[in-house]
Design a protein around this ligand. Structure first.
Ligand code: 2HA
Ligand code: ZN
Length: 279
């Protein structure tokens, strides 16, 4: 068996968490990541027959949440109450590798959570989002939740209407409309860690890779950790520019006609046409 700490998926996960912490997006135990791994790849590092312990899926009403579509799938996931700050220096305590058990009601721990830990409190929202994204993109592997500062700040001063919120972000950086042409979904403030917010997030994930949890943070989904991180990073950059300029007189802007030119140049066809005011 190879040393799991040397696995590419492990170093990518550690580096991503470290970057998110460095950028101030994940204070204390804020944020969580789940990364679906290839079983064959994991088998190079772990005996898949050896279950360390079984952990019930917490915080959800069984009748509300059906994780059975993910049965047998393996995820590298951050732990509940764990700090992103500490992931890189101690992955075996702060991360776990879990397999969704039969019926989707419990997970089998294959590695990690060394101090008796469990997957993130947002595990149901993550898993429901994985199911939703896999339905529209079979290559989706990552769901990421974070508390990026300017995105959050913008939630307090900007309308939470999806079209208006997305349009303001698109206006702030030339490449925004190319990076997230489907826009950003927005949920009102809701209680986190519940089946309700999990279901609402997953519903949005059918049409968006980015979902703002108003006055809490953001969810991103993608094929890789880099893609998902890059989506959130781009929203955060746009929100930063918005917050640096919102109180100043606006002299210039990127117009809708300009955004259309960008979409043509980059041959992007699946954009939210109704979020633009030109056709
Ligand atoms: O895991 O960010 O939403 C801590 C959180 C909950
Ligand atoms: Zn959060």
């Amino acid at each position: 068996m190879k040393d799991i700490l040397q696995a590419k998926f492990m170093s990518e996960m550690c580096d991503t968490a470290a970057n998110m912490y460095r950028l101030g997006w994940d204070e204390r135990n804020g944020g969580n990541i789940s990364y679906m791994l290839d079983g064959g790849e994991v088998a190079k590092y772990l005996d898949l027959e050896r279950v360390v312990r079984t952990i019930p899926v917490m915080g959800v009403n069984k009748e509300d949440v059906d994780l059975s579509p993910l049965e047998g799938k393996i995820f590298l996931v951050t732990g509940t109450g764990k700090y992103f700050k500490n992931v890189k220096s101690d992955p075996e305590t702060n991360l776990g590798i879990v397999r969704i058990g039969s019926g989707g009601e419990q997970v089998e721990l294959l590695w990690g959570f060394k101090d008796g830990g469990r997957p993130t409190s947002e595990f149901p929202a993550h898993m429901m989002s994985h199911i939703a994204r896999l339905g529209v993109d079979p290559e989706n592997r990552v769901v990421m939740h974070s508390h990026p500062t300017y995105t959050l700040a913008m939630n307090f001063v900007h309308s939470l209407d999806e079209k208006s919120f997305t349009h303001s972000l698109w206006e702030m950086c030339t490449e925004c409309i190319v990076v997230f042409p489907e826009g950003v979904g927005v949920l009102p403030w809701m209680l986190c860690g519940t089946s309700e917010i999990g279901r609402a997030t997953a519903e949005k994930m059918k049409s968006f890779r980015l979902v703002v949890w108003a006055m809490h943070g953001i969810y991103g989904a993608g094929k890789t950790l880099d893609e998902t991180f890059g989506l959130i990073e781009t929203v955060e950059k746009a929100a930063q520019i918005y917050m640096l300029t919102a109180h100043l007189p606006r002299k210039n802007t990127i117009k809708d006609e300009d955004m259309l030119k960008l979409l043509q140049l980059f041959k992007v066809e699946n954009y939210r046409k109704d979020f633009l005011d030109v056709k």
